[in-house]
Ligand binder design. Sequence first.
Ligand SMILES: Nc1ccn([C@@H]2O[C@H](COP(=O)(O)O)[C@@H](O)[C@H]2O)c(=O)n1
Length: 592
Amino acid sequence: AQPAAPAPISAPLRDLEYGQLNFLHTTDTHGWLAGHLSEPSYSADWGDYISFSTRIREKVEAQGQDLLVIDTGDRVEGSGLYDSSEPKGIYLSEILRHQHIDVITSGNHELYQKNTSINELLTTVTNFRGHYLASNIDIYHPVTQELVPLAPRYKKFTTKLQGIRVVAFGFLFNFNGNYNNTIVQPVEETIQEEWFQEAIQDKEVDLFLIAGHVPAHSPEYRAIFRAIRKAHWATPIQFFAGHQHIRDYAKYDSKAYALASGRFMETIGFMSIDGLSTSTRPSAGSGPVFKRRYIDNNLFSFYHHTGLDEESFPTEEGLSVSQLIANARSALQLDVVYGCAPQNLWMSRVPYPHPDSVYTWLESEVLATSLKDESRGDTPTVAIMNTGGIRFDIFKGQFTRDTVWTISPFSNKFRYVKDVPYDKVQLIMEVLNKQTKIFSELSEETLDNLASPDQQEHIEHVLKAGNEDPSLRMNGDSLHQVPLSKRSDGTSIIPGYVTQDDAGSDGDDTIHSPIKMYQVPNCIQAHIAGNATTAPGTVDFVYIEFIEPFLVLAGKYADLNVDFVKDSEVYMSGVSMTDVIINWVEKNWECE
Ligand SMILES: Nc1ccn([C@@H]2O[C@H](COP(=O)(O)O)[C@@H](O)[C@H]2O)c(=O)n1
């Protein structure tokens, strides 16, 4: 772990149930390779994960079993370690490549910016040659300008000890927000391609492995499941999922399951399958048994599951990667303090609006007092942003260079349109926040992309995890996780994940008390300048550039005669949302 990482808190744990074939899975790490420096439950770093996977491999191989390590993308954008360097990401690839990963895929974040996808092609695909799969992504090669697959479409391999024959694919969900140097083919089209149909007709297969940056419960995975089942009515299928930032497990049939392993290095997903046939031995017994576990990413869990301790657990490689991360953090000056937050500010642990809501803080304090384009004088202004632009909670205490990138990692800047009727702006807000019924192009699903990923789906599922018992609620004034009650065996129950999935509620390794979550709107608005008591006739309509495509559609429903692409101009040239937050914190949150 990093020198500043808090020690994990001991807690009651459920064991891993190993099988013939075992998996460790990460997804949506978003650069959090240093782990969480304010949260004991997730305080292990990528170096510890390297030690953990090595120790688990030693353990399962000693029993003649196999281990495969999977990562399903969105490794970039979301923390100081990736976002604060110029150019972004100069330290990340070197840290990542030390983990042995058997199947690795791209997420959508690897494709938003042209230079990110080029770096993916030239560095990450190269570092993980033979393991990186891209079944539905093409890229214009930066040198030849030729359209080429980002990586091989699929591969067939046999596992090290048992010779289990695996056919593996690597998918991305039907994403269309990518820069125009890449092409993402819709999954439903890819599975009609000749190469895919040929690959799934192979009869010498013991397991289909679908790694993807695709939600566990999704039309894309259902389509792949159906296509494979048409060719193989009983061959086991293991999906690994991502994108929604949630722990999730989906049952497609008794021989096909999907595991999603959360976000931001909070979770190491574990799966095992027993009863698989192999190249030399047909399956014994009644067929495969699948088990899943969501491991909290901390050393207490890692020691427990490996049966090792502080002395015997770390590997040399793991320790040297932890050191690499520490060196990068120090070179990037991630501990530089911009100010001190006087309180916790939550994304979804409080309703919106609320004095403890990060969105209330943004609209009433940060945006309201910071947005001003000198050329516009005191023109009344309404500024809107999508809640998905904020990626993490703010904890009371030091607000560092790292903090700012974890909450606002995107390079989103501002644009505006002059003289927009105020009532039309309010109508657009209603459309974006689904407060009015709208049809056709502007589906609920499209609008959900404005919110943060864990809000986008399964919200009922997340809300269900809430517990109304006030004795189980967190102490709002203290750090993120506090032991609340002692059990008879001396261990504590701390707030954290209480996952409900298709296999029930026993998936988490750590037994936690649940945390209540609330739904927040897709967009928020700040009112700037003008007379606060009366609504203005027209305003400067300022918006974060990411939402422009949504405004184009919402504008039509609001009957607003504005072409957002042609009629808008840059607002506060060169200033991004991230800059606005840094400036505000420096001015307003002095440390005592
Ligand atoms: N420039 C950007 C890019 C993304 N977002 C928000 O993030 C969501 C996607 O996040 P995932 O980690 O699930 O891929 C997207 O739907 C937006 O809400 C943004 O605000 N600005």
